[in-house]
Design a protein around this ligand. Structure first.
Ligand code: NAD
Length: 323
C-alpha cells in the first residue's frame, strides 16, 4: 500500500447513489475518479467535490471504450438509468450501459488488476413470486415487457460479472440494491416516493397507482452506502441484497408523507403501470451475516432528513425538479 491513497473509479458519479458514494470514499481518504455522461445525472450533485485535490471527473459514456490513466485499486460501476421514467425514455442506452458498459469496465478491472463492484438491482427478481426475496431466488421477469430493458440488462450484467470472476479471476462484487431514497434523488424521476414528496411539498394531490395496496420497502441512502462500502471490502463474489425490509403499502406511504410535510394534499388514484411489481421486500440475512450490516435508519428517520433537505431548497429548484 506504500502510503499512497487507494484510487477508485466511480461510474455514474453525478447521479444520486454515485454522488453519495463519491462523498463517502473521499471522506475515507480515497482518490476518487468520477465518470459520467450526465444522461440522467447532474454536475450539481458533485460540484462541491470539484475543488478537492483527491477528486477528478471524466465526462464520458462508459458504453464506449473506457480509458483511465494510472493505476486503479477499485471500480464501482453505478452508471445506468435507474428509474422507469428514464429507462423507458432511453431503452437502448439502458441496455448498452448494462451490457457493453459492464463489459468495458470488467475489461478495465482485469487490465488494472482492480476489484470491481457492480450495481445490480432488486428488479432482477421482476414481479417476484416469493417474499421476501433472498439472493437464491431466480426471479420472475418479462424480458419483452416495458421494464425488460432494465431488468434484463442488469441480469446480463450479473452473468458477465460472474463470467469475468470465474474465467479471468477478476475480483468482483455484485450488490442487489433495493429502493433507496434520500437527498439528491430526482423528485421528477417517476418513482412513488420522490413524486409524493414533490407533490406534498407543493400541496398537490398525491397520485397513487392502482388501489395503493402494492408494497415497497425503502432504504435510506446512508445505509445503502454503508452496505456497499462493506461489501466492496468483503471476500464474497456472489450477489448480496442491500435494502430495508420494512415493508409499507404505497397508499400508507403517501399518507405518511402528507403528515410529515404538514401538507394539505389529498390522495388520487390512477391506473397501475404494466408489469408494476406487487411486492418488493429484501431478505437481508446474508448481508447481516456476511457484512454485519443492517439498516440504521428507520423509514421515518430517513423521510424526515430527506424532506428537510427538499424544504431547504428554494421554490424555483423544487419546481424545476418536478416538471
Ligand atoms: P441516477 O440516474 O441518479 O444515476 C445514474 C448515473 O449514471 C447518472 O448520473 C447518469 O448520467 C449516469 N449514466 C447513465 N448512463 C451512463 C453511461 N452510459 N455512461 C456514463 N454515465 C452514465 O440513478 P441512481 O439511483 O443513482 O442509480 C445508480 C445505480 O444504482 C444504477 O446502476 C441503478 O441501476 C442502481 N440502482 C439504484 C436503485 C435506487 O433505488 N436508486 C435501486 C436499484 C439499483
Amino acid at each position: 500500500m506504500n502510503g499512497q491513497p487507494k484510487r477508485i473509479l466511480i461510474t455514474g458519479a453525478a447521479g444520486f447513489l454515485g454522488s453519495h458514494l463519491s462523498d463517502r470514499f473521499i471522506q475515507e481518504g480515497y482518490q476518487v475518479i468520477g465518470m459520467d455522461n450526465l444522461i440522467t445525472g447532474s454536475l450539481r450533485n458533485i460540484e462541491h467535490l470539484f475543488k478537492l485535490p483527491n477528486f477528478e471527473f471524466y465526462h464520458h459514456d462508459v458504453s464506449k471504450f473506457v480509458h483511465v490513466p494510472g493505476h486503479l485499486d477499485y471500480i464501482l460501476h453505478f452508471a445506468s438509468p435507474a428509474s422507469p421514467i428514464d429507462y423507458l425514455r432511453i431503452p437502448i442506452q439502458t441496455l448498452k450501459v448494462g451490457s457493453l458498459g459492464t463489459h468495458n469496465l470488467l475489461g478495465l478491472a482485469k487490465s488494472k488488476k482492480a476489484r470491481i463492484l457492480v450495481a445490480s438491482t432488486s428488479e432482477v427478481y421482476g414481479d417476484p413470486l416469493v417474499s421476501p426475496q433472498a439472493e437464491s431466488y431466480w426471479g420472475n421477469v418479462n424480458p419483452v415487457g416495458p421494464r425488460g430493458v432494465y431488468d434484463e440488462a442488469k441480469r446480463f450484467q450479473e452473468a458477465m460479472t460472474m463470467a469475468y470472476h470465474n474465467f479471468h479471476g477478476v475480483e468482483t462484487r455484485i450488490v442487489r440494491i433495493f429502493n433507496t431514497f434520500g437527498p439528491r434523488m430526482r423528485l421528477n424521476d417517476g418513482r412513488a416516493l420522490p413524486t409524493f414528496i414533490a407533490q406534498a411539498l407543493q400541496n398537490e394531490d398525491l397520485t397513487v397507482f392502482g388501489n395503493g395496496q402494492q408494497t415497497r420497502s425503502f432504504c435510506y441512502v446512508d445505509d445503502q452506502v454503508e452496505g456497499i462500502f462493506r461489501l466492496l471490502h468483503a471476500e464474497y463474489a456472489e450477489p448480496v441484497n442491500i435494502g430495508n425490509p420494512d415493508e409499507i403499502t404505497v397508499e400508507q406511504m403517501a399518507k405518511e408523507i402528507i403528515s410529515l410535510t404538514n401538507s394539505s394534499s389529498k390522495l388520487t388514484y390512477g391506473e397501475l403501470p404494466v408489469d408494476d411489481p406487487k411486492q418488493r421486500r429484501p431478505d437481508i440475512r446474508l448481508a447481516k451475516e456476511l457484512l454485519n450490516w443492517q439498516p440504521a435508519f428507520s423509514r421515518l428517520q430517513g423521510l424526515e432528513k430527506t424532506i428537510a433537505y427538499y424544504q431547504a431548497l428554494d421554490k424555483i429548484d423544487l419546481k424545476e425538479t418536478t416538471q
